[in-house]
Design a protein around this ligand. Structure first.
Ligand code: FES
Length: 110
């Protein structure tokens, strides 16, 4: 079985924080937000459901606090655990999740 290359190392992500990871593809690739909580990681496309903007306030820098990530554009607030918007202009919508796993200290897509 061929496995895809790791997205990043778990240690690359501050515990309770997030980083941006670019994923190459035939169409030029896309960017993910990879969040860490202890030994676990979750990932979402770096595209806000409100107006399609990136969530980071500077490249790869995200506002993450108390288990929530805040879009820097207009303040939509999403639960890190499941990507649900719980406050702001797109309440009830969700970030697009990408299934990942942690294996040997590396974060990989499933
Ligand atoms: S684009 Fe994210 S809150 Fe508007």
């Amino acid at each position: 079985m061929t496995s895809s290359p790791p997205l990043c190392r778990l240690d690359d992500i501050p515990d309770g924080g997030a980083i941006a990871v670019h994923v190459d593809s035939a169409s030029g690739g896309f960017e993910l937000i990879v969040l860490r909580e202890g030994d676990r990681a979750v990932a979402y496309h770096n595209e806000c459901p409100h107006a399609g903007r990136r969530l980071d306030y500077a490249p790869g820098r995200f506002l993450v606090r108390d288990g929530r990530i805040i879009c820097a554009a207009h303040g939509a607030t999403f639960r890190c655990a499941d990507g649900l918007c719980v406050g702001g202009p797109c309440m009830g919508s969700s970030l697009a999740a990408v299934a990942v796993r942690v294996d040997g200290g590396e974060v990989r897509s499933r």
